[in-house]
Design a protein around this ligand. Structure first.
Ligand SMILES: NC(=O)c1ccc[n+]([C@@H]2O[C@H](COP(=O)([O-])OP(=O)(O)OC[C@H]3O[C@@H](n4cnc5c(N)ncnc54)[C@H](OP(=O)(O)O)[C@@H]3O)[C@@H](O)[C@H]2O)c1
Length: 253
């Protein structure tokens, strides 16, 4: 029996923002294991280079997503090194301290939007000329927090940034369909990464978070990475503007 190989990225060049750890790192790993050349980018250079060294066909280029010149440099160096960009994963993100809206300083609000929303705009804008040439694929990492409100989850700037990414996915998908660029979005539930560590300090915390997901547990970063792989590969060639929840059923409650 001949088995069909799905989701190959052989010959593709992928750029993953926030690739030093968590969902971004798992995505880079899954991509490289499926044949892609991968560039990971994030702010902390030593963590980034350490992560890149663990993966085959992967390099790290450090950059602050809040700095437009840094972002342009990542795009230029990626093309210098590999000649093109086929896949952009807009994954870098931060999570603010839980506070009610009236307790947030404007600077805290701006910081979250600068990284989680304007950062994705910066990378996408700089990559578009190359994605046009390659008929590329963009995958935006949003969140269930962009889909619905949760009791006691007071992270309004985060929710706003993630909801904005959902509509931008649809806007960009429509704008660039004629250029054969596809744009899709993933909304994870709670995933076991550094970002969620503060909510998973005790076994009671973990039990609670597990119970919030109808499947009975929180997710692992590679479970999100496999969904990203689908959107990155040519096997999803007829899918654009889609929003996929990968969340153990959390958002259906
Ligand atoms: N974990 C979850 O439960 C969950 C759920 C839904 C959605 N998400 C989304 O999934 C994405 C990845 O989350 P994660 O849990 O994997 O997060 P994480 O483990 O905290 O990793 C965040 C990544 O973003 C990078 N980053 C943060 N600020 C940056 C900046 N100013 N410039 C460049 N890079 C920056 C970090 O780089 P450094 O290493 O240099 O700091 C790191 O690589 C985020 O967009 C998050 O909102 C996560």
């Amino acid at each position: 029996m001949r088995l069909m190989k799905l989701f190959s990225l052989f010959g593709k060049v992928a750029l993953v923002t926030g690739g030093s750890r968590g969902i971004g790192f798992s995505t880079a790993k899954v991509f490289s294991e499926n044949g892609a050349h991968v560039v990971i980018t994030s702010k902390d250079s030593s963590r980034l280079q350490n992560s890149a060294s663990k993966l085959s066909n992967t390099i790290g280029i450090a950059a602050d997503i809040k700095n437009e010149n840094d972002v342009k440099r990542v795009i230029e160096q990626t093309v210098e090194k590999f000649g093109k960009i086929d896949i952009l994963v807009n994954n870098a993100g931060i999570f603010p301290k839980i506070k009610k809206l009236h307790e947030i300083d404007e600077s805290e609000w701006q910081e979250v939007l600068d990284v989680n929303l304007t950062g994705q705009f910066r990378f996408t804008k700089a990559a578009i000329p190359y994605l046009k040439k390659s008929s590329g694929s963009i995958i935006n990492i949003s969140s269930d927090a962009g889909l619905k409100a949760y009791e006691g989850f007071n992270a309004d700037a985060y929710s706003a940034s993630k909801a904005a990414l959902i509509i931008l996915t649809k806007c960009w998908a429509l704008e660039y369909a004629k250029d054969k660029i596809r744009v899709n979005c993933i909304c994870p539930g709670v995933v076991d990464t550094d970002m969620t560590k503060p909510f998973l300090k005790t076994s009671k915390d973990r039990e609670f978070m597990n119970s919030e997901h109808p499947i009975g547990r929180i997710g692992q970063p590679e479970e999100v990475a496999k969904a990203i792989l689908y959107f990155a590969s040519d096997d999803s060639a007829w899918t654009t503007g889609a929003v996929l929840t990968v969340d153990g059923g959390e958002s259906i409650k």
